[in-house]
Design a protein around this ligand. Structure first.
Ligand code: ZN
Length: 317
Protein backbone atom coordinates (compact mmCIF):
# COMPACT_ATOMS: atom_id res chain seq x y z
CA UNK A 1 0.00 0.00 0.00
CA UNK A 2 1.28 3.47 -0.85
CA UNK A 3 2.06 5.52 2.24
CA UNK A 4 0.09 8.73 2.73
CA UNK A 5 1.70 12.09 1.92
CA UNK A 6 1.52 15.21 4.06
CA UNK A 7 2.09 18.83 3.11
CA UNK A 8 3.36 21.59 5.38
CA UNK A 9 2.73 25.18 4.26
CA UNK A 10 4.25 28.20 6.03
CA UNK A 11 2.45 31.44 5.16
CA UNK A 12 4.92 34.11 6.25
CA UNK A 13 5.17 37.86 5.87
CA UNK A 14 7.36 37.85 2.76
CA UNK A 15 6.99 34.36 1.33
CA UNK A 16 5.13 31.07 1.42
CA UNK A 17 7.08 27.80 1.83
CA UNK A 18 6.08 24.19 1.17
CA UNK A 19 7.40 20.80 2.28
CA UNK A 20 5.74 17.59 1.08
CA UNK A 21 6.68 14.39 2.90
CA UNK A 22 5.69 10.73 2.61
CA UNK A 23 4.89 8.37 5.46
CA UNK A 24 5.42 8.69 9.20
CA UNK A 25 9.19 8.96 8.75
CA UNK A 26 8.78 12.12 6.70
CA UNK A 27 10.71 11.29 3.51
CA UNK A 28 10.82 14.62 1.65
CA UNK A 29 9.23 14.43 -1.81
CA UNK A 30 9.10 18.11 -2.76
CA UNK A 31 9.93 21.47 -1.25
CA UNK A 32 9.51 24.92 -2.65
CA UNK A 33 8.85 28.53 -1.79
CA UNK A 34 7.50 31.62 -3.51
CA UNK A 35 7.81 35.27 -2.57
CA UNK A 36 4.66 37.36 -2.29
CA UNK A 37 4.30 40.34 -4.62
CA UNK A 38 6.24 43.18 -2.91
CA UNK A 39 3.38 45.67 -3.07
CA UNK A 40 0.13 43.76 -2.80
CA UNK A 41 -2.86 45.61 -4.19
CA UNK A 42 -5.26 42.78 -3.54
CA UNK A 43 -5.18 39.55 -1.54
CA UNK A 44 -6.06 37.85 -4.84
CA UNK A 45 -2.48 38.53 -6.04
CA UNK A 46 -1.10 36.54 -3.10
CA UNK A 47 -3.68 33.76 -3.51
CA UNK A 48 -2.69 33.46 -7.18
CA UNK A 49 0.91 32.80 -6.05
CA UNK A 50 -0.37 30.12 -3.68
CA UNK A 51 -2.51 28.48 -6.39
CA UNK A 52 0.35 28.41 -8.90
CA UNK A 53 2.65 26.66 -6.45
CA UNK A 54 0.00 24.07 -5.55
CA UNK A 55 -0.43 23.36 -9.29
CA UNK A 56 3.39 22.98 -9.53
CA UNK A 57 3.27 20.48 -6.65
CA UNK A 58 0.64 18.37 -8.39
CA UNK A 59 2.53 18.40 -11.70
CA UNK A 60 5.94 17.71 -10.13
CA UNK A 61 4.93 14.90 -7.78
CA UNK A 62 1.66 13.41 -9.11
CA UNK A 63 0.61 12.85 -5.50
CA UNK A 64 -1.95 14.61 -3.37
CA UNK A 65 -1.55 15.15 0.38
CA UNK A 66 -3.88 13.34 2.78
CA UNK A 67 -3.24 16.10 5.30
CA UNK A 68 -2.21 19.74 4.97
CA UNK A 69 -0.82 21.70 7.93
CA UNK A 70 -0.59 25.46 7.62
CA UNK A 71 1.51 27.82 9.75
CA UNK A 72 0.09 31.34 9.65
CA UNK A 73 1.70 34.57 10.77
CA UNK A 74 -1.67 36.34 10.66
CA UNK A 75 -4.11 36.44 13.57
CA UNK A 76 -6.89 34.04 12.56
CA UNK A 77 -10.13 33.52 14.49
CA UNK A 78 -11.56 30.13 15.48
CA UNK A 79 -13.67 30.03 12.30
CA UNK A 80 -10.56 30.40 10.14
CA UNK A 81 -11.02 34.06 9.13
CA UNK A 82 -8.05 36.48 9.19
CA UNK A 83 -8.68 39.07 11.90
CA UNK A 84 -5.52 41.10 11.40
CA UNK A 85 -2.12 40.94 9.73
CA UNK A 86 -0.34 44.29 9.76
CA UNK A 87 2.44 42.97 7.50
CA UNK A 88 -0.06 42.03 4.75
CA UNK A 89 -3.13 44.11 5.43
CA UNK A 90 -4.99 42.93 2.32
CA UNK A 91 -5.50 39.53 3.98
CA UNK A 92 -7.75 41.03 6.66
CA UNK A 93 -11.23 39.49 6.50
CA UNK A 94 -10.10 36.62 4.25
CA UNK A 95 -11.85 33.28 4.82
CA UNK A 96 -8.50 31.49 5.08
CA UNK A 97 -9.93 28.12 6.01
CA UNK A 98 -12.37 28.27 3.07
CA UNK A 99 -9.53 29.19 0.69
CA UNK A 100 -7.38 26.34 1.97
CA UNK A 101 -10.22 23.83 1.63
CA UNK A 102 -10.82 24.89 -1.96
CA UNK A 103 -7.06 24.73 -2.68
CA UNK A 104 -6.75 21.23 -1.20
CA UNK A 105 -10.03 19.39 -1.94
CA UNK A 106 -10.22 16.03 -0.16
CA UNK A 107 -7.31 16.82 2.22
CA UNK A 108 -7.61 17.25 5.98
CA UNK A 109 -6.60 20.85 6.65
CA UNK A 110 -5.20 22.05 10.01
CA UNK A 111 -3.78 25.48 10.73
CA UNK A 112 -2.10 27.16 13.70
CA UNK A 113 0.02 30.16 14.64
CA UNK A 114 3.47 29.98 13.03
CA UNK A 115 5.31 30.65 16.30
CA UNK A 116 3.37 27.88 18.03
CA UNK A 117 4.12 25.37 15.28
CA UNK A 118 7.80 26.36 15.23
CA UNK A 119 7.94 25.86 19.00
CA UNK A 120 6.38 22.41 18.69
CA UNK A 121 8.88 21.36 16.02
CA UNK A 122 11.86 22.65 18.02
CA UNK A 123 10.63 21.10 21.28
CA UNK A 124 10.12 17.73 19.55
CA UNK A 125 13.72 17.93 18.31
CA UNK A 126 15.27 19.25 21.54
CA UNK A 127 13.78 16.58 23.81
CA UNK A 128 13.62 18.85 26.85
CA UNK A 129 10.38 19.34 28.80
CA UNK A 130 10.71 23.12 29.30
CA UNK A 131 11.71 25.43 26.49
CA UNK A 132 11.11 28.94 25.14
CA UNK A 133 11.33 29.49 21.39
CA UNK A 134 11.68 32.85 19.64
CA UNK A 135 11.58 33.17 15.86
CA UNK A 136 12.92 36.43 14.42
CA UNK A 137 11.69 37.23 10.92
CA UNK A 138 9.31 39.81 9.46
CA UNK A 139 7.83 39.82 12.96
CA UNK A 140 8.77 37.93 16.11
CA UNK A 141 6.82 34.82 17.00
CA UNK A 142 7.39 32.20 19.61
CA UNK A 143 6.05 29.87 22.17
CA UNK A 144 6.58 28.21 25.50
CA UNK A 145 6.66 24.51 26.33
CA UNK A 146 6.28 23.54 29.99
CA UNK A 147 6.25 19.93 31.10
CA UNK A 148 6.14 18.79 27.48
CA UNK A 149 3.04 20.84 26.73
CA UNK A 150 2.71 23.88 24.51
CA UNK A 151 1.18 26.71 26.52
CA UNK A 152 -2.19 27.96 25.28
CA UNK A 153 -1.55 27.86 21.57
CA UNK A 154 -3.59 24.95 20.24
CA UNK A 155 -6.74 25.89 22.10
CA UNK A 156 -7.05 29.34 20.62
CA UNK A 157 -4.78 32.23 21.45
CA UNK A 158 -1.10 31.80 20.71
CA UNK A 159 1.80 32.92 22.92
CA UNK A 160 2.44 36.42 21.55
CA UNK A 161 6.13 36.64 22.41
CA UNK A 162 6.60 39.41 19.84
CA UNK A 163 4.34 41.71 21.83
CA UNK A 164 6.19 41.39 25.13
CA UNK A 165 7.05 44.99 26.01
CA UNK A 166 10.77 45.55 26.53
CA UNK A 167 10.84 49.35 26.32
CA UNK A 168 7.77 51.28 27.45
CA UNK A 169 9.01 54.31 25.57
CA UNK A 170 10.23 52.43 22.51
CA UNK A 171 9.30 52.61 18.84
CA UNK A 172 5.68 52.02 17.76
CA UNK A 173 4.68 48.41 17.12
CA UNK A 174 2.29 47.31 14.36
CA UNK A 175 -0.14 46.44 17.17
CA UNK A 176 -0.48 50.13 18.09
CA UNK A 177 1.54 49.95 21.31
CA UNK A 178 5.10 51.11 21.91
CA UNK A 179 8.19 49.11 22.72
CA UNK A 180 7.09 45.55 21.95
CA UNK A 181 10.15 43.38 21.32
CA UNK A 182 8.93 42.99 17.75
CA UNK A 183 9.14 46.75 17.24
CA UNK A 184 12.70 46.74 18.59
CA UNK A 185 14.14 43.54 17.16
CA UNK A 186 12.21 42.13 14.16
CA UNK A 187 14.05 41.87 10.85
CA UNK A 188 12.51 45.08 9.43
CA UNK A 189 13.09 46.95 12.74
CA UNK A 190 16.76 45.93 12.74
CA UNK A 191 17.18 46.95 9.10
CA UNK A 192 15.57 50.33 9.86
CA UNK A 193 18.02 50.89 12.71
CA UNK A 194 20.95 49.74 10.59
CA UNK A 195 19.87 52.14 7.82
CA UNK A 196 19.70 55.01 10.31
CA UNK A 197 23.14 54.15 11.74
CA UNK A 198 24.63 53.74 8.25
CA UNK A 199 22.82 56.77 6.80
CA UNK A 200 21.72 54.82 3.75
CA UNK A 201 19.17 52.11 3.06
CA UNK A 202 20.58 48.79 4.24
CA UNK A 203 19.23 45.48 2.92
CA UNK A 204 19.64 42.13 4.68
CA UNK A 205 22.77 40.95 2.84
CA UNK A 206 24.55 44.25 3.47
CA UNK A 207 23.74 43.99 7.18
CA UNK A 208 24.95 40.39 7.36
CA UNK A 209 28.27 41.24 5.73
CA UNK A 210 28.64 44.42 7.81
CA UNK A 211 28.09 42.45 11.02
CA UNK A 212 30.54 39.75 9.93
CA UNK A 213 33.15 42.47 9.24
CA UNK A 214 32.36 44.15 12.58
CA UNK A 215 31.42 47.44 10.96
CA UNK A 216 30.28 49.65 13.87
CA UNK A 217 26.86 50.58 12.40
CA UNK A 218 26.02 46.91 11.77
CA UNK A 219 27.29 45.77 15.16
CA UNK A 220 25.26 48.52 16.87
CA UNK A 221 22.04 47.58 15.04
CA UNK A 222 22.37 43.85 15.72
CA UNK A 223 23.45 44.34 19.33
CA UNK A 224 20.43 46.54 20.02
CA UNK A 225 18.10 43.87 18.61
CA UNK A 226 19.83 41.04 20.47
CA UNK A 227 19.68 43.00 23.73
CA UNK A 228 15.95 43.64 23.22
CA UNK A 229 15.26 39.98 22.48
CA UNK A 230 17.35 38.95 25.51
CA UNK A 231 15.25 41.27 27.67
CA UNK A 232 12.05 39.58 26.44
CA UNK A 233 13.53 36.12 27.05
CA UNK A 234 14.71 37.17 30.52
CA UNK A 235 11.17 38.25 31.37
CA UNK A 236 9.55 35.08 30.08
CA UNK A 237 12.33 33.02 31.69
CA UNK A 238 11.46 34.45 35.12
CA UNK A 239 7.96 33.00 34.72
CA UNK A 240 8.65 29.56 33.27
CA UNK A 241 12.35 28.80 34.03
CA UNK A 242 13.06 26.98 30.77
CA UNK A 243 15.94 24.52 30.36
CA UNK A 244 16.87 26.28 27.15
CA UNK A 245 15.98 29.26 24.97
CA UNK A 246 15.87 28.44 21.27
CA UNK A 247 16.30 31.30 18.79
CA UNK A 248 15.48 30.85 15.11
CA UNK A 249 13.46 32.42 12.32
CA UNK A 250 14.79 33.40 8.92
CA UNK A 251 16.39 36.67 10.02
CA UNK A 252 18.25 35.29 13.06
CA UNK A 253 19.25 32.08 11.27
CA UNK A 254 20.70 34.09 8.39
CA UNK A 255 23.16 36.11 10.50
CA UNK A 256 26.09 34.07 11.89
CA UNK A 257 26.78 35.06 15.48
CA UNK A 258 23.27 36.44 16.12
CA UNK A 259 22.19 33.68 18.53
CA UNK A 260 25.46 33.84 20.51
CA UNK A 261 24.98 37.60 20.83
CA UNK A 262 21.50 37.04 22.32
CA UNK A 263 23.08 34.53 24.72
CA UNK A 264 25.70 37.06 25.88
CA UNK A 265 23.04 39.69 26.56
CA UNK A 266 20.81 37.18 28.36
CA UNK A 267 23.70 35.96 30.53
CA UNK A 268 24.37 39.57 31.51
CA UNK A 269 20.78 39.79 32.78
CA UNK A 270 21.16 36.83 35.17
CA UNK A 271 20.33 37.43 38.82
CA UNK A 272 22.62 36.12 41.59
CA UNK A 273 21.83 32.45 42.11
CA UNK A 274 19.61 32.39 39.03
CA UNK A 275 21.77 31.89 35.97
CA UNK A 276 19.90 32.35 32.72
CA UNK A 277 19.28 29.22 30.67
CA UNK A 278 21.49 28.84 27.60
CA UNK A 279 20.44 30.26 24.24
CA UNK A 280 20.86 27.84 21.33
CA UNK A 281 20.17 28.15 17.60
CA UNK A 282 16.98 26.57 16.31
CA UNK A 283 17.60 23.07 15.01
CA UNK A 284 15.60 23.91 11.87
CA UNK A 285 16.98 27.43 11.36
CA UNK A 286 14.44 29.51 9.47
CA UNK A 287 12.27 26.44 8.75
CA UNK A 288 10.92 25.63 12.22
CA UNK A 289 7.36 26.79 11.42
CA UNK A 290 7.36 24.76 8.22
CA UNK A 291 8.51 21.64 10.13
CA UNK A 292 5.74 22.27 12.66
CA UNK A 293 3.25 22.64 9.81
CA UNK A 294 4.26 19.18 8.57
CA UNK A 295 3.60 17.78 12.07
CA UNK A 296 0.16 19.45 11.96
CA UNK A 297 -0.46 17.91 8.53
CA UNK A 298 0.33 14.47 9.97
CA UNK A 299 -2.36 14.99 12.59
CA UNK A 300 0.26 14.90 15.33
CA UNK A 301 -1.13 17.97 17.08
CA UNK A 302 -4.52 16.89 18.33
CA UNK A 303 -3.73 18.20 21.82
CA UNK A 304 -1.23 20.40 23.60
CA UNK A 305 1.37 17.65 24.09
CA UNK A 306 4.51 18.10 22.01
CA UNK A 307 4.61 15.09 19.67
CA UNK A 308 7.57 12.75 19.72
CA UNK A 309 9.60 12.42 16.56
CA UNK A 310 8.80 9.46 14.25
CA UNK A 311 12.24 7.90 14.94
CA UNK A 312 11.59 8.09 18.70
CA UNK A 313 8.23 6.38 18.21
CA UNK A 314 9.88 3.73 16.04
CA UNK A 315 12.46 3.01 18.75
CA UNK A 316 9.69 2.50 21.27
CA UNK A 317 7.74 0.02 19.13
ZN1 ZN B 1 3.10 44.97 19.66
Amino acid sequence: MTEACYLGVDIGGTKVSFRLVRGADGEVLWSSFARWPEVPSDVGDDLAVLRTRVRDLREATRVWPAGVGVAVAATVDAAGRVVSWPNRGTWRGLDLLGELRSLFPGSEVAWADDGALATVAEAAAAEVPNLVYAGVGTGIGGGVVVGGRLLSAMSGGACELGHVVVNHDGPPCTCGRRGCVQAEASGPATLRRASAECRQTVAFDRLRVGYRDREPWAAAAIEHSCAALAAALAGVGELVAPAVHVVGGGFAAGIPGYVAEVGRHLAALSRPGHPAAPVVPARFGGESSLRGAVLAAMGALSGPDVPRRPDQRARER
